[in-house]
Write a protein that binds this ligand. Structure first.
Ligand code: BT5
Length: 255
């Protein structure tokens, strides 16, 4: 059992395909809880009261969605793991497509969209050098736009896209399995394979990138990502900018 005084009691802990899964009714953020757990642990909650997106943005985590964090080992050369956030997004895209959401696509780095609406998001936290926490938020039957009215029209959920979406328990097995496969791909050094998959799949490459730290913005054409996870962006005069993820605050697609 996890021992944290801020927690509602843990509902269950069980083994799934090499993972140890901890389940809660309600937590602040599954990523924050998972920070204290060893590799191949996972945390799921029915509700998050302080779900986190990237760069401090909030993530609405109401009842009926899948809020999951998975701790994966990241041994050896850190460069090998710079693609982990992209690999995690690819895993979620694969699961969504396998379920029948054939239009599921990635928006850099790892948002999963259908059309222009967000189905799922991924947040990777590095709390230590030898492990990473991969947080996955997947809208299933929840209605985040009821909590945050600004999300109306911008979100979608499996229940809108499939006649009979799987229960969270089945979904999380699929997600953990897909994540294990993508982790294996990076562990064995097949970065080229992942880049090939990702770069063959970006849609809507006309983008507006806001740079972090008030460094301005660039409009351009998304050429793809390089083997270190940097974004390759061709500006209107034909120069290619190589932008590491930490330099990018937000990428917006221009339609
Ligand atoms: C993300 O951030 O998309 C990463 C979301 C990761 C959530 C998971 S849930 C399990 C784990 N525990 C956590 O605390 N977090 C992870 P970002 O790309 O920054 O997108 C955040 C933006 O998405 C917000 O500013 C909203 O505009 C929008 N948003 C918030 N909640 C949403 C939802 N449920 N569905 C779709 N969009 C949402």
């Amino acid at each position: 059992m996890l021992n944290d005084p801020t927690l509602i009691p843990e509902l269950d802990v069980r083994a799934i395909d090499g993972w140890t899964l901890h389940e809660f009714a309600e937590v602040t953020s599954t990523n924050s809880l998972a920070a204290h757990l060893p590799a191949w642990s996972a945390v799921r909650a029915g509700v998050q009261t302080a779900g986190r997106g990237r760069t401090g943005r909030p993530w609405v985590s109401d009842e009926g969605g899948l809020w999951l964090s998975a701790v994966v080992p990241t041994p050896g050369d850190p460069a090998r793991w710079s693609l982990l956030p992209l690999a995690a997004g690819w895993a979620v895209r694969k699961v969504a497509r396998a379920l029948g959401v054939t239009a599921a696509r990635l928006r850099w780095p790892n948002d999963i969209l259908v059309g222009r609406q967000k189905l799922a998001g991924v947040l990777v936290d590095r709390f230590s050098a030898d492990a990473a926490v991969v947080g996955i938020g997947l809208n299933v039957a929840n209605r985040p736009e009821a909590t945050d009215l600004a999300l109306a029209g911008l979100v979608t959920r499996l229940a809108d896209l499939l006649p009979d979406p799987p229960a969270p328990a089945a979904l999380l097995v699929r997600l953990l399995t897909a994540l294990t496969m993508e982790h294996h791909r990076l562990e064995t050094g097949d970065v080229a394979g992942l880049c090939r998959d990702l770069n063959g799949a970006w849609l809507h490459r006309h983008v507006h990138v806001t740079l972090a730290g008030g460094r301005g913005a660039i409009n351009g054409h998304l050429e793809g990502i390089d083997p270190f996870g940097s974004l390759l962006l061709r500006n209107p005069v034909g120069e290619v900018h190589v932008l590491p993820p930490h330099l990018i605050e937000l990428l917006r697609e221009i339609f």
